[in-house]
Design a protein around this ligand. Structure first.
Ligand code: SF4
Length: 99
């Protein structure tokens, strides 16, 4: 008897999600800063959707279009005021295909 095992990568599963972007109304914003704190800098590594990146001045920027609303960045940086976080307006944001 043979059992078929199929493996799938996380990236392949994430690709199944769909996003409806609310143009001009990002639901997460990074407050202006000169140098990022350790927590803000960490977002460039821990965001599962890779929404955070460094610009050429070493400041953290966000492109929230692929955000999965996991809340990781909210936990790390909202209380310090480094980011503003809200859910997308109704009907916008991530549309999970599997749960
Ligand atoms: S909520 Fe999660 S997926 Fe969205 S930007 Fe923050 S860390 Fe990334």
């Amino acid at each position: 008897m043979t059992i078929a095992v199929t493996k799938s990568r996380v990236e392949d599963k994430l690709f199944q999600n769909r996003y409806l972007v609310d143009s001009g109304r990002p639901h997460i914003k990074v407050r202006p800063h000169e140098r990022p704190s350790a927590n803000l800098l960490a977002l460039t590594h821990v965001c599962p959707a890779k929404c955070y990146d460094l610009n050429d001045k070493g400041q953290v920027e966000i492109t929230p279009d692929g955000c999965m609303e996991c809340g990781t960045c909210r936990i790390l940086c909202e209380t310090s005021g480094e980011i503003e976080w809200d859910y997308p307006r109704g009907g916008f944001g991530v549309l999970f295909k599997f749960g």
